[in-house]
Write a protein that binds this ligand. Structure first.
Ligand SMILES: CC(C)(COP(=O)(O)OP(=O)(O)OC[C@H]1O[C@@H](n2cnc3c(N)ncnc32)[C@H](O)[C@@H]1OP(=O)(O)O)[C@@H](O)C(=O)NCCC(=O)NCCS
Length: 250
């Protein structure tokens, strides 16, 4: 399982990225798709030290990209202390794998697409601007105002939208694939539309779609323990911890 995940993490950002090898760390400099830039332990077997992390942060700063580092704790356990010693903040996110038998029935108004409607970026942006799972203010009016100036992006991933009659797109998500492994990312529900089951339904639709298209492993990392409950309800189980390190002042 851990080797399969490491291979996935090493391969999924490569198309469309510039990749730099820095000893124990690999730096992905992403072009397009809107996904961030980050470094990971070299695949296979990278064992970065505090000095490696400090050097990578300096390099990222010199390039003007975020000082960001990601890894799986179970695969590279020493990096947690090294990253903290190097002065980074580390989010320890529940890493969860799908038990296909537990997937709920499909939601009637969620569909999966191989295009990226402009709503995907806009709804995700509004959702991630209101972190956590609580209901909030921003809703359809804010979405429609942002849509007026948004531009479409091309995609190499699959996307899901919860598009409710009379309400439009309220929740979105994305599935990225490498080989037979699929990671669900970017699940977001407009703050005003939360706690109606839409985040869970979008995630479940992407997972079902991945299985239908032959995926043998579907996984995700949850932003917090609270968010992990949303995914547990639709059949994801915690297997480990995904670490996401950023500059303390970021
Ligand atoms: C996390 C997020 C996507 C969840 O979206 P959501 O549409 O509210 O998710 P759901 O409705 O499926 O589940 C949320 C809660 O509503 C509850 N719920 C589901 N259907 C419900 C219904 N019909 N009535 C009342 N409550 C309901 C769920 O049980 C869950 O409760 P819990 O917090 O006690 O576990 C959303 O809060 C969000 O966009 N957060 C910011 C971005 C983010 O962090 N994304 C995840 C990154 S990993």
């Amino acid at each position: 399982m851990w080797d399969v995940l490491e291979q996935f993490y090493d391969s999924v950002p490569r198309p469309g990225s510039r990749v730099e090898e820095h000893g124990e760390l690999t730096l992905f400099l992403q072009a397009g798709d809107g996904y961030p830039y980050y470094a990971r332990p070299r695949f296979p077997g990278g064992r970065p030290t505090t000095a490696d992390v400090v050097a990578m942060r300096e390099h990222q700063r010199s390039l003007g990209v975020p000082e960001a580092l990601e890894w799986v704790h179970e695969t590279t356990p020493g990096l947690l202390e090294a990253a903290r010693e190097a002065g980074m903040d580390v989010l320890e996110a529940p890493l969860m794998v799908l038990d296909p038998d537990q997937l709920p029935e499909p939601h009637p108004h969620v569909r999966v697409l191989d295009t990226r409607p402009v709503e995907v970026s806009v709804v995700a942006m509004l959702a991630f601007s209101s972190p956590g799972t609580a209901v909030g203010e921003a809703g359809a009016a804010e979405r429609d105002a942002a849509l007026a100036t948004a531009t479409p992006m091309s995609t190499r991933h699959r996307h899901a939208v919860a598009d409710l009659p009379g309400e439009g797109v309220l929740a979105v998500g994305t599935a990225q694939r490498a080989g037979d492994v699929v990671e669900v990312v970017g699940i977001g529900t407009l703050p005003a539309a939360r706690r109606r089951g839409l985040g869970g339904a979008v995630t479940a639709a992407l997972a079902r779609d991945a299985l239908d298209r032959g995926a043998t492993l579907v996984f995700l990392s949850a932003g917090s323990e609270e968010i992990a409950r949303v995914y547990e309800r639709i059949g994801f189980r915690r297997i480990g911890t995904a670490c996401i390190a950023s500059a303390e002042d970021a």
